[in-house]
Design a protein around this ligand. Structure first.
Ligand code: AMP
Ligand code: MG
Length: 507
């Protein structure tokens, strides 16, 4: 019996695990879309953490986490009533090169649950054993990477960033070989859909255009129903994905999130953050940060993400071409026009987010320069990105105010003083009150982000059997804009050992 203090209370109207409202539409798609199979259970599976906030998405009673069946059904030991497990097919461009077959090599989709609000949530096990798409992999995930995904997906949600969610995490007694021997684990994650750009690419490159159309129709019917009656629904689908992606990446850039492996198989058709691997939140503002230790060329550096998303969207546009009508030149022209909407949409979202982070009320000419100057200053002085913006809320705009706390973040004080003078004049133009600005800024500048070293501390403890750090981080990161008195230590920049943790793809 496992207990999470305060989290596992019965909630009225919520369901038992064996009474979830499964309606498995992806399983209804024909054979090449997926392979049906049962998960391979891990030895000695044990529930390590459970997230009631995600359980609510399934109408699942949190008290269910205490039943032994919770573990046996959700870790793949016994079939969960109502589920129809499958591994999905997809392909994708990895590091710029097309790989004709990827697919769920270690993930198994149990099915989709429809909640009482009418939303559908796919329930997927990550680390559930080999599938026909495993290639040379072992079908497993390790405790380290599972904790990282579990915490980060909830942290992103706490920041208001579209993402897959995490229901729970299981540990095991099974050893899994990576760069060294690690413990096998299993994540149960949720998303309205796990369809990726690569799900389309596989049928395009196989020239299976009927399947391509079927997939596009499926995605539109289930996830973009408002596009059904458009004159060219497939072009509109491409536009919708383009715009959602622009919004997503702008959000990432504004919080300083580096994904680390933006291959097209990790790009969600719904504009969600998907597949957390070697990601990082910036500590010091280092625009060129490459957080993926296997990314030798720096393809997925933090500051390249906006361009990479554009490149990935061009791959999706290419894959959708056969659906966009004849002649192909006209279809390509239309797709390119849509692709052309990406950059302006990205910039508009990014500017808006950064304007709010700076506490500026309405845009004014010169704001862009103020921001660029600041980012350069942060980079040159290696200032902690999240802590700077949080502290900027406290900026005293009175003439002559020293703003010592902020100033002391910068080794080059005169350079900061220069920028602060510009900022003060800009705030004066807004004619707002400091108190109102401070409150608004605290709602957009998180106090708590999932720094790699914090995740690493939770991992090290969990590897020794103590999961309390996971629970604590989850609580802080689900409400990252709140103060959480007593937990200020979790805002600290990394200690030396935690500055440059090497995280590779293999996890
Ligand atoms: P990722 O880099 O995690 O996005 O994975 C890329 C591809 O490799 C996907 O098809 C995964 O399913 C597959 N993959 C990653 N790790 C494993 C593993 N341990 N076993 C089998 N397949 C894997
Ligand atoms: Mg992936």
């Amino acid at each position: 019996m496992v207990e999470w203090p305060g989290t596992c209370r019965h909630v009225e109207g919520m369901r038992r695990l064996d009474q979830l409202n499964f309606s498995n539409s992806y399983a209804r798609l024909p054979e090449p879309f997926h392979t049906r199979l049962q998960p391979t259970p891990l030895e000695g599976t044990r529930l390590l953490s459970f997230n009631p906030a995600a359980a609510e998405l399934l109408d699942l009673d949190p008290l269910e986490a205490l039943r032994p069946e919770f573990t046996s059904w959700l870790s793949g030991q016994d079939p969960l009533p109502g589920s129809e497990p499958l591994a999905a097919l997809y392909a994708g461009h990895q590091f710029g090169h097309y790989v004709p077959q990827l697919g769920d090599g270690r993930a198994i989709l149990l099915g989709e649950v429809q909640n009482r609000r009418g939303e559908r949530w796919e329930v997927q096990l990550k680390g559930a054993g080999v599938t026909p798409y495993s290639r040379r992999g072992d079908g497993r995930a390790v405790l380290r990477s599972t904790i990282r995904e579990y915490l980060c997906s909830e942290a992103m949600h706490g920041l208001g960033i579209p993402t897959t969610r995490a229901l729970c995490l299981f540990g095991s007694e099974e050893e899994v070989g990576r760069e060294e021997l690690e413990t096998g684990a299993l994540l149960v994650r949720l998303a309205p859909s796990h369809v990726r750009f690569g799900s389309f690419e596989v049928f395009y490159y196989r020239r299976q255009f009927d399947h391509l159309r079927r997939l596009a129709d499926y995605v539109i019917a289930h996830h973009y129903p408002e596009l059904r009656d458009e004159a060219n629904p497939y072009l509109e689908l491409f536009r919708a994905v383009t715009l959602r992606t622009a919004r997503l990446i702008a959000h990432w850039q504004s919080v300083g999130f580096a994904h680390g492996v933006m291959n097209t198989d990790n790009m969600s058709i719904l504009g969600l953050t998907l597949d957390y691997g070697p990601y990082a939140f910036l500590d010091d503002f280092e625009p060129g940060l490459v957080c993926n230790h296997s990314d030798y060329q720096g393809r997925y550096a933090f500051d390249r993400q906006p361009d990479i998303a554009h490149w990935n969207l061009s791959c999706l546009g290419q894959a959708l071409l056969p659906l966009l009508g004849e002649p192909v030149e006209a279809a390509a022209e239309q797709a390119n026009a849509v692709l052309g909407e990406y950059a302006p949409a990205f910039h508009a979202h990014y500017q808006e987010r950064m304007q709010r982070k700076l506490g500026l009320r309405a845009p004014r000419p010169g704001d862009d320069l103020l921001l660029q100057d600041l980012l350069q200053l942060l980079a040159a002085n290696r200032v902690d990105y999240s802590n700077f913006f949080r502290a900027l809320g406290e900026f005293d705009s009175a003439p002559g105010a020293r703003n010592a706390v902020l100033r002391d973040l910068f080794p080059d004080r005169p350079a900061f003083a220069h920028w602060a003078a510009d900022y003060r004049s800009r705030l004066a133009a807004d004619q707002g009150e400091d108190a109102a600005r401070r409150a608004a800024m605290a709602r957009v500048n998180p106090k708590y982000v999932l720094r790699n070293y914090l995740a690493q501390q939770a991992i090290s403890r969990a590897q020794q059997g103590d999961t309390s750090e996971i629970e604590r981080l989850l609580r802080l990161l689900q409400a990252p804009f709140d103060e959480h008195p007593g937990d200020e230590a979790y805002t600290a920049p990394p200690p030396d050992w935690g500055r440059r943790l090497a995280i590779s793809c293999s996890s």
